[in-house]
Design a protein around this ligand. Structure first.
Ligand code: SDX
Length: 392
């Protein structure tokens, strides 16, 4: 009605938040975790170091890092009742649905109602979920492939063991591929946090009701599943496959992406914040080239992706709307080179985002933020009287 909207003075703004965890500048394409650039962390740190940094605020000392690693490994056994829940899922169940349910099931065993003011209590919950989620991820894949559920090898590093648990064949000696280990470590680092994105905001708002950590994470996993968010990495590969099946005609798909009457979007392009190249996409594109080159894999999907990127960067529609490749555009090509099926790509995103969600949940609780309740602007009917049904 054009009236002036004033928020009542007692209103606690829960629509936005202050955070000291991740800084990003969408115009300049800058991303930093606790002040460290993503480029440096992706090159020089490993995933557990970055997880520790995000959650506790500082890079760990050698002793802290070793203890973090050991404590996580000690938590990597999963209750046999959870294994029974994994067995109960039909093979057709989507991996994100399995992971979300299993994370929620962990809450049944441990409400995750963490006493955030107790460093020890918080640390125990962190290592518990950091230890168990990789097992649940690996078991989800093996379940869908009809393979026995396996714990891998506790003497391996965190990321190495994720790959071993996922791919160890019951019949032959498992050979570790360091190129893939390094690539997965980098991918998990690049996905570890991203400020107040949809799934992280979900974790924060669910946690603001003082729901347990694991329940809040389960909600975040469900939000990430959406194809406009983390589900985009799966949608990108499905799109690239469709273009390949259709003869590789990228121009046809560019035209579809610009046609207002066509619901088709160029998945892996565009971002709510980045109006420049997503710095993670730059690193992942380079890593995809390196991994496929080192492994001697000729993947026509990568060529189609590069062709689409080139066309989009030169197309006025995309230039005007500042649409650039985002984190999801190239990541699936590396997952594919690892032998990870497309419907597991978003699960890998969740595995990477886990420390960021934990860090943001902990920050929100330590700051004793009020229960989340974003404002609305009411645009519905003004008051009216009830009409009995026989008069309607
Ligand atoms: C992630 O927030 C985060 O940080 C998320 C994330 C993280 O790390 O947590 O970075 C991870 O979710 C990355 C984004 C993955 N999603 C996709 O790749 C799906 C495809 N992208 C789009 O759906 C879209 O770009 C969004 C959802 C990512 C962003 O949407 P916005 O900011 O709401 O932009 P919009 O929908 O308002 O679009 C603005 C214009 C529109 O055209 P006009 O109406 O102005 O004419 O750009 C167009 C859109 O039609 N547009 C696209 C497009 N994305 C936007 N046109 C074609 N293809 C696209 N991909």
């Amino acid at each position: 009605t054009g009236g002036v909207i004033t928020l009542d003075p007692g209103y606690k703004n829960t629509g936005s938040c202050e955070s000291a965890i991740t800084f990003l500048d969408g115009e300049k394409g800058i991303l930093r975790y606790r002040g460290y650039s993503i480029e440096e962390l992706a090159e020089k740190a490993d995933f557990l170091e970055v997880a520790y940094l995000l959650i506790f605020g500082e890079l760990p000392t050698k002793d802290q890092n070793d203890k973090f690693h050991d404590d996580i490994k000690a938590q990597s056994l999963v209750d046999d009742d959870i294994r029974k829940i994994v067995d109960a899922f039909p093979k057709s169940a989507h991996p994100m649905g399995i992971i979300s349910s299993l994370t929620s099931a962990l809450t049944a065993f441990n409400p995750g109602s963490v006493n955030v003011d107790s460093e020890e209590d918080m640390y125990k919950s962190v290592v518990k979920i950091m230890g168990k989620l990789p097992v649940l991820v690996a078991w989800t894949l093996r379940k869908k492939q009809g393979l026995p559920l396996d714990y891998g090898d506790k003497n391996l590093g965190y990321v190495e063991n994720v790959l071993k648990m996922m791919f160890k064949s019951p019949n032959e000696e498992y050979k570790q591929n360091q190129i893939l280990v390094d690539a997965l470590d980098k991918l998990l680092i690049l996905h570890a946090d991203h400020e107040q994105n949809c799934s992280t905001s979900t974790v924060r708002i669910v946690g603001s009701a003082h729901a347990g950590l694991f329940a809040s994470l389960s909600a975040g996993i469900s939000a990430l599943w959406g194809p406009l968010h983390g589900g985009a990495n799966q949608a990108v590969l499905e799109m690239l496959e469709a273009i390949k099946e259709d003869g590789g005609d990228t121009k046809k798909y560019m035209a579809k992406a610009k046609d207002k009457n066509d619901p088709f979007r160029l998945m892996g392009f565009g971002h709510r914040v980045y109006k420049n190249f997503d710095p993670r996409a730059r690193i992942i594109k380079k890593a995809a080239d390196e991994v496929l080159g080192d492994l001697g894999i000729e993947d026509p999907i990568l060529d189609i992706a590069k062709g689409l990127e080139k066309e989009a960067l030169e197309d006025q529609y995309f230039v005007d709307r500042k649409l650039y490749p985002n984190v999801d555009f190239y990541s699936g090509i590396i997952y594919r080179a690892m032998g990870i099926p497309t419907d597991m790509f978003t699960v890998m995103f969740a595995l990477g985002r886990l420390p960021g969600w934990i860090a943001q949940w902990r920050e929100m609780r330590l700051r004793k933020e009020p229960i989340g309740r974003p404002r609305q602007l009411y645009i519905g009917e003004t008051e009216r009287s009830f009409i009995p049904i026989y008069n309607r």
